[in-house]
Design a protein around this ligand. Sequence first.
Ligand code: FAD
Length: 496
Amino acid sequence: MSARSRPVRDIVIVGGGSAGWMAAAALARALSGQPRRITLVESEAIGTVGVGEATVPPIHEFNAYLRIDPADFLRATNGTVKLGIRFEGWGGDGHGYFHPFGYFGVEMAGIHFHHYWLRHLEAGGDPDWEAYCLESMAARAQRFAPATAYGPVHHAVHFDAAAYARFLRDYAERMGVVRIEGRVAEVRLDTEDGFIEVLALDDGRTIAGDLFVDCSGFRGLLIEGALGTGYEEWSHWLPCDSAVAMPTTREGDPAPFTRSTVRDAGWQWHIPLQHRDGNGYVYSSAHQDHDEAEDLLRSHLDGTPLSDANRLRFMAGHRKRIWNRNCVAIGLAGGFLEPLESTSIHLVQTTIIRLLSMLPRDSIDPHVVARFNRDALREYAAIRDFVIAHYALAGREDTPFWRDVAAAGIPDSLAERIEAFRATGNILFEAGDLFGPTNWYAVLTGQGIRPRSWHPVADSLPAAEMAARFATLRGRTAEQLAQMPRYADFLRGLSV
Ligand code: FAD
């Protein structure tokens, strides 16, 4: 890619879904007081994808960067607390497990707690590992507080993504972002370097810019439509390519977790918000037709439907470059991984933060762009492996879909992780990975792997000392749990 030496003054964002408004808000915050212009163009006629309700804990860091008060945020978005995900049927019928946010025990002598735990199991100890994870116990007991005397209670949120986008739109407009309503009909490129020069709207208006942020959704209007960046497709590992979503009435108190339940050709999500439940079925259209999929979802709803079904199509993967020339693709325009671990909004936020950290001032430098792309694609691949692990270890062969999944194979990087864990108990991960040891431990063991060994340092602790430490940790978890109010009371307190 050629370098471009030209000051970056005008930043133009295309798309006003949650990605567009997250980008606008963060750029406006970062550049406040500067003589730069941030413009966002969106088309109400085209609309947004209209789903995306579950998140992961770092959303709080993004909101903190914007200086948004956590309680205001929950109130504005009808938000609820998510302590993790309850997986049902992953690993066989009647089999379930909880993937919590937060930590399992504490590190001892520099190694993760689960190594001591594996030694404890081998000695015939009580197998209830959740007694050492506050977030798992709180989910079980339906209790919640943002923090205890010992520190934060790790949680994410469920929310109304459209309300979040509206909230951020207000925020961004107050910070000076200019919104233009209109449909981009043409993207004009510089004939010399192929960089984007101008967007032409269908009513004849034009918008010039130095840096363009493509948040136009799956169509990738700029990154693909204009720049032909190409797409790295992962559907051979992740064959689900469709979803049907349908909100329902809320029945009873909400649970503080997402539910993911295995179905014939994919899985169903259940996300309890304050005022309604989000539901959806992610499936493979090669294995089930769309009407059948909708019928299946309708037959597994707890409440009464509040709207027609929203049918969506997608393809697992990402653009070959997330930053190409003077265009950065964020959100669905950049790539997509099915919402099994609720990671899309997180990828939007990390891409924005990465862009902020490498934001060009006087020139767009190819080395910076190359580094940005390397980091962004590595992040996608790490999350992809975590998502595929659920399928690879599901151990189901009861429908054509699940038989095809079992035969699909897995990336080498995931095979290494699984085999290393199986043989040694070690969890291979990189600094900065979203999913760390507790996440991997929960999913790998939840889906049936029992490592054959553990770290040798875990053998150094005398048995009596280990039992005493385990008792202390269990007691501390129980003590913190007892301090927490009922989750339903916490939610009621928000509306005061
Ligand atoms: P969109 O919402 O599609 O917005 C695109 C914007 O571009 C719109 O404003 C549109 O008007 C504008 N636009 C397009 N073309 C033009 C044009 N020519 N001119 C002007 N404007 C234009 N994420 C999670 O984190 N958790 C979840 O639980 C989750 N669940 C999901 C379930 C499904 C089935 C799907 C498909 C996605 C899910 N996601 C989830 C992802 C999440 O919905 C998206 O990451 C998020 O909403 C961001 O979408 P977006 O803003 O990139 O795109």
